[in-house]
Design a protein around this ligand. Sequence first.
Ligand code: ARG
Ligand code: ZN
Length: 876
Amino acid sequence: QIVYLADYRPTDFVLERVDLTFELDPQNTKVEARLIFHRREGTDTRAPLVLDGDELNLGGLLLDQNGVPAAQFTATPESLTIRDLPESKPFEITVTTFINPEANTQLMGLYRAGGLYCTQCEAEGFRRITYFPDRPDVLAVYTVNIIADKAANPLLLSNGNFLGGAGYGEGKHFAAWFDPHPKPSYLFALVAGDLGVVEDSFTTMSGRDVALKIYVEHGKEPRAAYAMDALKRSMKWDEEVFGREYDLDIFMVVAVSDFNMGAMENKGLNVFNDKYVLADPETATDADYANIEAIIAHEYFHNWTGNRITCRDWFQLCLKEGLTVYRDHEFSADQRSRAVKRIAEVRHLKSEQFPEDAGPLAHPVRPNKYREINNFYTTTVYEKGSEVTRMIATILGRDLFKKGMDLYFERHDGEAATVEDFVKCFADASGRDLSQFSLWYEQAGTPLVTVSGAYDAAKSSFTLSLEQAIPATPGQATKEPMHIPLRYALILEDGSEAKPVSISGAEVTGDVLHLTERAQTVTFTGISSRPVVSLNRGFSAPVNLHFEQPMADIANIARYETDLFARWQALTDLALPNLTRAARAAQNGETATCDPAFIDALLATARDESLEPAFRAQALAVPSENDIARELGGNNDPDAIFAGRLGVLGEIARTGIDTFRSLSGAAKANGAFSPDAASAGRRALSNAALGFLAHAEDSPARAAEAFAAADNMTDLSAALTILSHRFPEAAETTAALAAFEQRFASNALVIDKWFAIQATAPGKDALDRVRKLMESAHFNAKNPNRVRALVGTFAFANATGFNRADGEGYAFLADQILDIDKRNPQLAARILTAMRSWRSLEPVRAEHARRALVQIERATGLSTDTRDIVERTLKG
Ligand code: ARG
Ligand code: ZN
């Protein structure tokens, strides 16, 4: 059934305390939950207590330590209802359940994988452990007792501070934990097993000593050093930038190898996918290091934005996720290069969130209904949610934004809040009316801003005409105009920024132009020459711009803008028309040639030693096949897009061959490996050059040489990617793949790279390759990382292979989804979203895709997760 935001109401009962006792057993874990409630004042005195469950079996029930007559309660796997409860005085319910962690293949609730007991409760996993008011607005203080076999589980962890432990007879022992901070059930965690640990400590700004522990599989301790370093930097940064201090005596991170998502911010006990903890030069790429830093920070930052202040209901998910992503973005920007970080964010937003917002799964940053909340952990809630937070900062300016954040922490600490509460803090702190701005939370779809400029030399004035349109999305046919903050600069002939005498037609604060009407004409006076307009600097608003600007203006921005993000954007704007032209030509069996001005601008940037290498590498990463597909907008033929893009890459490569020769291998000179951003940037530039050389020289020799010479995973995997994507038939490629497999056979995370590289090799043979890899001994259909690396990357990141003209890619995915869905619905539903852009395919492929979706839809026994995605994908 469907849950609506409008139906929210508080619980009838207030939960005061939670006492949990776990007697761990792989197949028969006993959970005893003692819950103290009282009836909320003003609610119906006859209302029963209704607790949530999911596949539960009631093993026992006591009310104030006495048995409860059968007539007084009803238990089903999904709920426990208790009637005739006291009118006002507190009472205690003791619920016993028996659960089977080993049989829990969904990886939600308490499960067992790799000899470890582990939990994942967000969003609604706690109800798979015990009957409970499993919703985020029920906050309570928890005590947790864990009893388990001592030899197998020397480690017994839960939230909060460690109270104590002792032997428990018969080879067992127990540990007790107390978390003094009231929390919702989704932040509960328990981990038990045998793990190695890396320890450190952090002294907070008020002098609290915090023990830091990162738990990993024995032998992997050295690979947790970078995560520990990132954790300490995160703690410091949150104190310095947001004034937030940690609030327990211990902070723990546990890395697990079977995990549905990236990581989870359980209070004091973060649980991570080991992929986002473990790193060393031999096995982790620079991207892995950057992800670890960002995710460690993200989960740590949740301690305030998510845990201390949590969400009233799941519709408010962006309240914690959008804000926390914004915080981790700012953190990474401060730790690395701000401009390069911003470019990477926008690339990710455009390639993941924009398609979501333009397809059948589009939904507002704060949805108003859902059938399965797990399907709303989306890039719209996370990444667009972060952009919305960033826009508040842009509109208010740094100081007022800070004032608003401080007010938020002060006003709502210890509460379960709403988006309205959040926005009101900024309105109150700044005195600004943010009601129109709030539409960003309610209206789905990426706004399109159409712009034109006109210079009047006689009047020395410049006018900018802007119009906004927000496309229709499922359930939202018409939209209201929004408040769109556009950073801009008017750049004069001599490269200086124009200082207008007056501006009329729009509010302008600093360098931010506030577009608030459907159409607005802004006039700047006192402009001495025709200006070049740089609009949406820093990507201040997540919109599509349609600006018919002279190519020469764009080329000027690409060369001379002081805002590096705008320079990158201009290079993209120069590239896209060339790429779409080439794709269209390929669709008609023709070839197109590039505008030399585009290639010149690109190569000039690549050579410009005054720019940081990471930026130059970003410039060389020309728009992806998906970017081109989005630009084309419909009737897409992925083979033509690929062929057209390949032609453009070849032209750039041949024109710039000397540049690329001098850039490739340039990173080598820099001595011992360091994962820092500057070194990573040098590697990125050198590997980008290597990629172009493969096009220009049309030979695997250089990549094979680079593969042999690589002394770190970034260079090694870059070389292997070039070999297997460009020269799949070459003997060098076969040898390199075999060498890589053999060398890393015992490291599943590295084998995932080996899977992903092969799964993304373009062309129609990819499907057979993926099928064959699924037969390999390294594959394990039960492990989400393996499935994502092979099946997920194939569907999401191999446009030509997945979208084979004969539809076999879709048929394969349908089979896989139905298989995965039986074990792990969340994983199946997530991978199925790879089909979200099926309507923009050319008709033959679109029909194949539709049939595969219908095949899934008609299957019996489909999970709610997968049913929700497949139905919306077909309908929207
Ligand atoms: N709260 C976690 C994070 O973003 C992610 C949890 C995902 N949960 C889910 N049901 N998909 O840090
Ligand atoms: Zn999060």
